[in-house]
Write a protein that binds this ligand. Structure first.
Ligand code: ZN
Length: 308
């Protein structure tokens, strides 16, 4: 007893600590079970992302992505919020107890704070997509102007969400470049700010006009081919909002499982692209912006954008 007694308080402390942690760690699942039942898609697991690793993920743009198992998907939505469509997307996610990451435009967030608060209250990530979503892209701005636009976006989304001023910013350290038009300098700077950059592994092409049925068939065919991945939608798109309930039901029916990303400690599980990988988005950017939009070659990284 004499030997054991000093251990007992420690053991009790550990048990108490675990008990204290459990409600926080398990409440989403418990709430999910209570609200949705077994028929809901739900979230099968979370992946903690460590922003300090300075990662840029998503095979359409970067030669690495999140290490997902077969039939695991991560849902992401760009360009919101937009009254009307975003509520429909949130309703669909809620119905299935699904969780997603929204890459929000700061200027739009500032005009729709109640929607940002709803996104956060319903367990989603209020990530970032710049303040102004500049048509000429952040890549073609000066580095100072691009950083200022990104910072303004962080603050606009966090303020709309109701996170107190002076709290660590951004609250959700996830960023996606508008049009995927990054620069090595901005990616490095975001990493220094402990922000992870997300591209995507596949998308619904929902920036094009199509019916909800056509969008559903397109994204499911791409998902069947890829087998897994980080999927990009645009919540302001009416076709996306309209097809989201069917899409989530289809995921469940075909045995896909939802993974939710959360800020946390690493190491972030990543997988590298196969040999011969090339960026799909650089070709799209070149078509959109012309030669001046092409990303600096790696050997030019050290030159910096400021000298341009
Ligand atoms: Zn965008």
């Amino acid at each position: 007893m004499h030997v054991l007694s000093p251990l007992r308080p420690a053991a009790l402390c550990l048990a108490a600590a675990l008990l204290a942690l459990m409600p926080a760690a398990f409440s989403p699942a418990a709430a999910q079970a209570a609200e949705c039942g077994a028929q809901a898609l739900g979230v099968s697991r979370t992946i903690a992302i460590d922003g300090s690793e300075g990662l840029a993920l998503g095979l359409q743009t970067y030669p690495r992505t999140l290490a997902l198992a077969d039939h695991e998907v991560v849902l992401t939505f760009d360009d919101g919020p937009a009254h009307g469509a975003t509520e429909r997307v949130l309703d669909a996610l809620k119905e299935e107890c699904a969780r997603a990451t929204f890459f929000l435009v700061g200027a739009r967030a500032a005009e729709a704070p109640a929607l940002i608060r709803r996104i956060v209250a319903e367990g989603h990530n209020a990530g970032h997509h710049s303040y102004s979503h500049p048509a000429r892209t952040l890549r073609l701005m000066s580095e100072d102007a691009a950083q200022a636009d990104i910072e303004k976006g962080f603050h606009a989304v966090d303020a709309a969400a109701g996170f107190p001023a002076g709290a660590p910013s951004p609250h959700f350290p996830f960023f996606r470049f508008p049009g995927f038009a990054d620069t090595p300098e901005l990616v490095r700077w975001l990493g220094e700010r402990n922000v992870t950059v997300f591209g995507a592994d596949l998308w619904a092409s929902d920036w094009q006009e199509m019916t909800p049925r056509a969008e559903l068939e397109l994204v499911m065919s791409r998902l069947q081919a890829a087998g897994k991945g980080v999927i990009l939608f645009h919540d302001p798109r009416p076709s996306t909002a309209a097809m989201m309930p069917d899409f989530l039901r289809e995921l469940k029916a075909r045995g896909f499982r939802l993974v939710h990303i959360v800020p946390g400690e690493g190491p972030t599980p990543i997988v590298h692209a196969k040999p011969g990988w090339t960026s799909a988005t650089e070709g799209i950017i070149a078509k959109t912006l012309g030669p001046k939009g092409l990303r600096s070659e790696p050997q030019e990284e050290g030159r910096g954008v400021k000298s341009r």
